[in-house]
Design a protein around this ligand. Structure first.
Ligand SMILES: [Fe+2]
Length: 388
């Protein structure tokens, strides 16, 4: 692992604006990028909840025209991203504004690149395949979870629904991320739990990837500590503003490390399961977190003992194996506290799918190769059997 003073590369969104109420600053950030109309890319739920209006009102007050495309689909398939690209093509905005959870932000970021690069969304799957910058984007998250606003990765479901695949490119980063925790205040408990667990998985997984550096471990550790303390509070009481603010900040920190150190087989399995079963990303991650971490504790206790510190395991537990196990126990408690499903059967996954899920997971070599443990397809299948 690279130390702080070794060589490393770090990427993030050029302008990150954070803080309760910072939505007010949106017009300044639009104008800094371009003088022209905005296309808001969002979903119908946020439109009906009045969240889109809050954003378009801020723009209108500043004399900035905005149109709204509200057809974003959850866990977006590639053809939905193509439809968004077509909307951008038709409306010719100066800035595309992704408003929502990961699905809305990812859709906007890939579609903006499709417009300038040509072809279809599926053509740009892979690492650094996109050839040139997209239409300028701003990302505004309405959940504390995916951190799409500060990552150069955007995810889509393949047309045959066999897996989710990622467009990885410096051009996927928005020009500006505007993170106003007030937009998360009305998120219901089960979505708060699922998105918050996504944040936790970004932090915990990225801490132990092969690409992790001391530089990426610092925000990862910070995100884990905050999530352990504040996610249960945000789930229990959505009006707890401190918990909301802390989770938005934890999400941001986890996004910094996710974008630069990547994730492992928790996300790898979750993508393959989520694509087939159509379950929310954070729910799928929560299902896969414990089996993958238990396997890592078994096969690489030295590494998992390092993860124990940000998980709050007492320094008095000095034995490597015991520290690794104690860390897993902390994660088991968190999963229990947030009250999400823990069995695949509960979320509509069919037992017959498991070998295909395992095989699809291993085709995602970017994630599989970054993992500190390397189970084969049969081992992955039995891991999934264990949580069926
Ligand atoms: Fe994620």
């Amino acid at each position: 692992m690279a130390n702080l003073l070794d060589r490393w590369t770090y990427r993030t969104t050029p302008t990150v604006v954070f803080g309760r109420g910072c939505l007010d600053e949106l017009p300044d950030h639009v104008r800094r990028i371009a003088d022209g109309p905005v296309l808001v890319v969002t979903d119908r739920g946020l439109l009906e909840a009045g969240v889109v209006e809050r954003v378009t009102d801020v723009l209108a007050d500043a004399g900035i025209d905005a149109e709204v495309w509200y057809e974003v689909e959850p866990e977006p398939p590639t053809d939905s991203v193509d439809a968004c690209a077509e909307a951008i093509h038709q409306t010719e905005p100066a800035v595309v504004l992704g408003l929502g959870g990961g699905s809305a932000m990812d859709t906007s970021q890939i579609a903006a690149c499709v417009v300038t690069n040509g072809g279809r969304a599926e053509d740009w799957i892979g690492v650094e395949v996109v050839r040139k910058p997209g239409v300028p984007t701003i990302s505004i998250p309405t959940t504390a979870g995916t951190a799409s606003e500060v990552t150069g990765n955007a995810v889509m479901v393949l047309p045959d629904r066999s897996n989710k695949m990622t467009v990885v490119s410096p051009y996927i980063y928005p020009q500006t991320a505007l993170i106003d925790p007030a937009l998360t205040d009305s998120v219901p408990p089960h979505i708060t739990a699922a998105t918050g667990m996504d944040t936790f998985c970004h932090a915990a997984e990225s801490f132990i990837t092969k690409r992790a550096t001391q530089h990426t471990r610092q925000p990862a550790a910070d995100a884990m500590r905050r999530t352990l303390e504040f996610l249960p509070r945000a789930v229990a009481d959505g009006t707890d503003r401190e918990a909301r603010d802390q989770m938005s900040y934890a999400c941001l920190q986890a996004g910094y490390t996710l974008a630069n150190a990547g994730v492992i087989l928790v996300h790898g399995l979750a993508h393959a399961i989520g694509a087939r079963a159509g379950i929310p990303h954070g729910v799928a991650n929560t299902l896969c977190l414990l089996p993958v971490m238990r396997l890592a504790a078994e096969q690489n206790p030295a590494l998992m003992a390092e993860l124990a510190e940000p998980l709050g395991v007492s320094p008095d537990v000095s034995d490597e194996t015991e520290r690794a196990q104690a860390g897993v126990a902390v994660m088991e408690r968190l999963v229990d506290q947030v009250g999400l499903p823990t069995r695949l059967e509960e979320v509509g996954v069919q037992r017959a799918w498991l070998p295909d899920v395992a095989a699809a997971t291993l085709t995602n070599t970017r994630v599989a190769d970054n993992s500190p443990v390397q189970p084969n397809a049969a081992e992955l299948t039995s891991l999934l059997e264990g949580i069926y």
